[in-house]
Design a protein around this ligand. Structure first.
Ligand SMILES: *[C@@H]1O[C@H](CO)[C@@H](O)[C@H](O)[C@H]1NC(C)=O
Ligand SMILES: *[C@@H]1O[C@H](CO)[C@@H](O)[C@H](O)[C@H]1NC(C)=O
Length: 460
């Protein structure tokens, strides 16, 4: 301890004032990879020893050591500043925080020592997902937008969601994700968007921030390459909301769409983009506690009325090579004999359309709502309460040469007849098939594919 005292005597006389504000939160600054604490002033005629407590509770004289990631310097106002990197010797991770304990032993003029001990705590940031190696390599060198200084480490670069390469000393760290949002420790928000964020790809010139432009936010800087557009602007340009224990800064990015209108109908071929980025900062931290990116689900379809024709037919065989004609009905079948049914969309040549069968059922009259009824497909799947399960059949073998296989649905029913529930006598007459169907366009939230529980005889 005596040695240590000698080591820091040079600090005597610089500082003045009392030791009242150790806990003032503004003394601690949390960076991405370091913490910095500015010591409250010490009485100017006192000598003191500043130590750091290691993981075993042992004090060490706190001095400049690049091996241990600690620095002791002076702030512009004369106060003493302690800096420690998170990967140094004395910072531990515990319960979501980086923690370092320092201690100050102050020797007052009457010779009595006074001790102060303080845990310095910074939040552990959730690391962002760095893009995959393949995604990073796929970006042409000329299109790469720098994400950090050339001296940045791989760990730090990937930790903020960027690509790192050793092969390009001029630009080792560059944006690679379709969307990168950063809330920096110098109070800026950075949002970088790739043109591949959407399909069809984004027209980067159409991307802008709501309410943030060069007039309202003179420090806004926009950078562009062929593949990326990046916005960097002070947090102060954002919408700010007071949170329970900090601040939430929010910014929204949109892409304008080109809409064409003809006789009251409007179309666009541009993707819809609306991204909200939120940075949540704690009261005392200069790094974000949370970065949230909210994207819109695909827009719900705008619909107008129009005719859609569906047709139900029965094939003469399981290969669906030919169909019964109008004059062939009613078709006579032996019980249990297979009936090959097909439902298709007529007169449409939009390859995106998918025919979805919801329910199919049988009645013994032409009226689909009459009783008795027997379910054949229930919610698109073979009715499980049948002992001869209906089979859904695959459509679109190459030999069939169908232009739009997704416009068809097929299933096989074993022939049955209705019986009187009381007398168990077969009811005479005909059996009619009915289906309720819908036409679906696949989207990010709906594949239009009905997945049925796996059953012994199911084909699809
Ligand atoms: C320790 O490092 C800090 C920051 O790099 C520097 O300002 C200070 O002069 C150094 N102190 C000594 C004693 O070398
Ligand atoms: C790059 O380095 C300089 C000086 O070392 C620093 O002031 C600046 O904040 C760094 N920029 C980034 C993006 O890390």
């Amino acid at each position: 301890m005596v040695l240590a005292l000698v080591g820091v005597l040079w600090l005597c006389g610089f500082v003045a004032g009392g030791l009242d504000s150790w806990d003032d939160p503004s003394r601690l600054r949390c960076g991405y990879d370091y913490m910095q604490y500015s010591l409250p002033s010490v009485l100017d005629d006192a000598a003191f020893v500043l130590s750091v407590i290691d993981h075993n509770g042992k004090p060490h004289y706190l001095h400049n050591s690049s091996a241990c990631g600690t620095w002791v310097g002076q702030d512009s106002d004369g106060s003493i500043m302690v800096t420690a990197s998170f990967d140094g010797c004395f910072v531990k991770e515990q319960e979501g925080e980086h923690i370092m304990t320092i201690s100050l032993e102050e020797v007052l003029h009457d010779g009595k020592p006074q001790y102060h001990k303080k845990d310095l705590k910074c939040p552990l940031l959730p690391a962002m997902d760095a893009p995959s190696i393949d995604e990073c390599a796929a970006i042409p060198r000329a299109d790469r937008m720098p994400c950090a200084n050339t001296s940045v480490s791989r760990e730090l670069c990937e930790g903020v969601g960027c690509c790192y390469t050793q092969n390009d000393p001029g630009n080792p760290c560059y944006y690679g994700n379709k969307l990168t949002a950063q809330c920096t420790d110098d109070n800026n928000m950075v949002v970088v968007v790739s043109k591949d964020l959407t399909l069809p790809s984004l027209i980067l010139d159409s991307v802008s921030l709501i309410g943030v432009d060069s007039t309202s936010c003179p420090s806004l800087s926009i950078s562009k390459t062929n593949s990326f557009v990046g916005f960097r602007f002070p947090l102060a340009c954002n919408v700010v909301n007071q949170a329970l224990d900090g601040m939430i800064y929010e910014s929204t990015l949109v892409a304008t769409k080109v809409i064409q209108t003809w006789q009251g109908s409007s179309i666009t071929r541009d993707s819809t983009v609306r991204i909200t980025v939120r940075c949540t900062y704690g009261k005392t931290d200069v790094v974000p506690l949370e970065i949230e990116v909210l994207t819109l689900p695909p827009p719900s379809p705008v619909s107008t009325q129009g005719p859609l024709f569906l047709e139900m037919r029965i094939a003469t065989d399981g290969a669906y090579s030919s169909y019964f004609a109008e004059e062939d009905y009613p078709i006579v079948r032996v019980l249990r004999e297979p009936v090959f049914v097909e439902v298709r969309i007529l007169n449409r040549n939009d390859p995106n359309l998918v025919l979805v069968l919801d329910n199919c059922w049988a009645t013994n009259s032409a009226n689909p709502t009459d009783d008795p009824q027997w379910p054949i497909l229930f919610n698109g799947c073979p009715f499980p309460g049948d002992n001869y399960l209906t089979e859904r059949l695959a459509v679109g073998a190459p030999s069939e040469n169908l232009a739009f296989p997704s416009h068809y649905q097929r299933f096989m029913v074993s022939t049955f007849t209705f019986v009187d529930p009381n007398t168990q006598v077969a009811l005479g007459g005909l059996v009619f098939f009915h289906c309720s169907a819908s036409v679906c366009v696949p989207s990010a939230t709906d594949s239009c594919i009905v997945n049925c529980p796996q059953r012994r005889r199911n084909v699809l």
